[in-house]
Write a protein that binds this ligand. Sequence first.
Ligand code: DX5
Ligand code: ZN
Length: 229
Amino acid sequence: MTFDRSLKIAPSILAADFAAFGAECEAVEAQGADWVHVDVMDGHFVPNISFGPATCAAIRPHIKGVMDVHLMIAPVDPYIDAFAAAGADILTAHVEAGPHIHRTLQAIRAAGCKGGVAINPGTPAEAVADLLDLTDLVCVMTVNPGFGGQKFIDMTDKIRKLRQMIGDRPVHIEIDGGVDPGTAPAVVKAGADVLVAGSAVFKGGSVQDPAPYGENIRAIRAAAEGTWT
Ligand code: DX5
Ligand code: ZN
């Protein structure tokens, strides 16, 4: 994976057909997805359960590009090797998930993945200040994690602050939750380069009729690029 700050749309398969993940990943990639965002939830760190490393390993062969795995689990460290073995390109852990996020990021890189750090809406940008040389991505949650289809929470000031803090470092700013053509422009203007979108990408389409995925991805991209600087 080479670093660049161009705009990337990362559909979240949390909004896909759970009985057809492989085909759904192939469909969104064919329709223009840049990365595939994979939401892992444990029913403990967040109030919902999705799936674990075995599912990630099963879908990996169906993703040509970047598999972006968002770990909404606590603890993280005992599972890093399993997700790395499942083929994750990026493993993102939450700062709120435990007392040793620094160690977690070291362990993710040691396992051969890019390391991401996610912050909930209630966590300030400063929480990642001492992690920026150890991370490849900061994920700013614009919903409280656990469910797809929630209402976007405005975090533009936090994104702007993070963009300044990151400076020239090769660190992505990813936005996750409630992203659609209406909310994308402001976050991109503030400095984000990766937009996760679940419902806004998968709505109206299916594996049998994937064209709406492409229309939805293009709509988000066009809205965001209008403000691209
Ligand atoms: C929220 C997840 C998100 C979510 C995004 O807990 O981390 O990735 O699936 O879904 P939408 O785009 O529907 O808010
Ligand atoms: Zn996510």
